[in-house]
Design a protein around this ligand. Structure first.
Ligand SMILES: [Zn+2]
Ligand SMILES: [Zn+2]
Length: 140
């Protein structure tokens, strides 16, 4: 099980595992992610919901309204407040994992920045990464 990825919240009540590699980090600089993360951006990794298992604890959910008007469910630990993952109401097959909750994300790479039009001037954005002023364009 050495390729099992694990993570959890600050207080330790929420634990989860991912049974496939996570490599790419997408930083979202939208205002809602700034508020939710308490930081300049939320750092996300996309995984199929089928690959993720919540192994301990019960998540709370906040139904956020994204800039697109779509509902984005933000799941977090109700005890310590750590954001764990988010999920579009229309895309339950995909989970957007908050990379800071992984036990070990050292091998991952930040490859994309989205919603850079609301990025704060003090946030460093790697010019070699893919940058989009709003959402990433849909895959073709
Ligand atoms: Zn917690
Ligand atoms: Zn965002």
């Amino acid at each position: 099980m050495s390729d099992q990825i694990t993570g959890g919240c600050l207080c330790g009540k929420i634990r989860y595992s991912v049974n496939q590699p996570l490599q790419s980090i997408i930083a979202c600089h939208c205002i809602n992610c700034q508020r939710s993360s308490g930081s300049g951006a939320m750092h996300n990794a996309v995984a199929p919901t089928s690959a993720v298992t919540i192994t301990a604890g019960q998540l709370k959910v906040f139904a956020d309204t994204a800039a697109s008007g779509n509902t984005l469910n933000r799941y977090f630990c109700g005890d310590c407040g750590s954001p764990i993952y988010s999920q579009r109401a229309t895309m339950p097959e995909v989970m957007v994992i908050k990379v800071g909750t992984l036990d070990d994300s050292n091998a991952m790479k930040l490859v994309m920045n989205i919603w850079t039009k609301s990025a704060r001037p003090w946030m460093y954005i790697d010019p070699a990464s893919a940058c989009y002023p709003e959402n990433r364009p849909p895959k073709t």
